[in-house]
Design a protein around this ligand. Structure first.
Ligand SMILES: O=C(O)c1cccc(C(=O)CC[C@H]2O[C@@H](n3cnc4c(=O)[nH]cnc43)[C@H](O)[C@@H]2O)c1
Length: 264
């Protein structure tokens, strides 16, 4: 067992999987993830979550050995990338880098494949609107000769997470504009036939993780169908509850995720 000092506490660092950064968009999603650690925190009062302020962001540190840092990283890919990069850099400078970054939260689901309340884990984290419109249609930045539009989470981890949580496996799109029409939903699905869900942060979080050489996972709970806007029909409470339950099942998977798997 390796002991590390973090924020004045001694923790057993190697005993329970990697240090994990979980980036959500908003505090309600972060708190839903924290709920997966709630019972333990109540049973062991000295292990209640504690806050770690960083420039521009605050981490909520939870878990038996405080190896999970929860971050409400902001809405949209740019803000999420900036916040995630801040947390990753701070951890590296402190000598306690993360072994995994998880983008988590609620999402729109493509009907009928991803129903309300279902969980989706990404085997591809894809930027859906990063590119150029041309007279012949949309061109992703990669076809303009720049960057990337996909990040791929470790395959074995995605498989294990799906088995443990019951999550559907497919592409999760990152958009800067929430889809609001059946036409746009059909256009996205035509361009990304394996897409199960859309949200607004995954690709930004994944870009930050990739810049630090850290693997990424995206886990979402479906709160609404992708399509014509009907905010009143969003089932946010059900999706947040599904996220808490899903995270409770995800944690043991991460804790048995071996260094061999991580090298994948
Ligand atoms: O109002 C609330 O109580 C509340 C609680 C938790 C989360 C929210 C959000 O509005 C989260 C925004 C977040 O959700 C993702 N999302 C959800 N559905 C979609 C969608 O159809 N298309 C794109 N993104 C979606 C997204 O990641 C947003 O950042 C409110």
């Amino acid at each position: 067992m390796v002991l590390q000092a973090q924020e004045g506490r001694l923790i057993a660092a190697a005993a329970a999987g990697p240090r994990v950064l979980v980036a959500t968009a908003v505090p309600a999603e972060r708190d839903a993830v924290a709920g997966a650690f709630g019972t333990r925190a109540q049973e062991v009062p000295h292990e209640a979550p504690h806050e770690v302020p960083l420039p521009g962001v605050t981490l909520h540190r939870v878990g038996d050995q405080y190896q999970y840092d929860l971050l409400a990283a902001g809405v949209g890919p740019a803000r999420a990338a900036a916040s995630t990069a801040t947390a990753l850099t701070a951890a590296t400078l402190r000598g306690t880098p993360y072994g995994l970054v998880v983008s988590a939260g609620i999402a729109g689901g493509f009907a009928p494949d991803a129903p309300l309340g279902s969980l989706v884990v990404a085997d591809a984290v894809t930027a859906a609107d990063l590119g150029a419109e041309t007279p012949d249609g949309f061109l992703p930045v990669t076809e303009l000769g720049f960057g990337t539009v996909h990040h791929r989470p470790p395959e074995s981890l995605v498989r294990d997470v799906a088995a443990a949580t019951g999550a559907l496996v497919g592409t999760i799109l990152t958009v800067s504009t929430v889809t609001g029409s059946a036409e746009r939903a059909a256009e996205l699905r035509a361009r990304h036939p394996r897409a199960l869900a859309e949200a607004m942060e995954g690709f930004g979080v994944a870009e930050a993780a990739a810049a630090h050489g850290t693997p990424v996972l995206e886990l979402r709970a479906v709160s609404n169908p992708v399509g014509p806007r009907d905010r009143a029909a969003w089932r946010i409470g059900d999706a947040l509850a599904a996220l808490t339950e899903g995270f409770g099942k995800l944690v043991p998977v991460l804790e048995s995720w071996t260094s061999h798997d991580r090298a994948e």
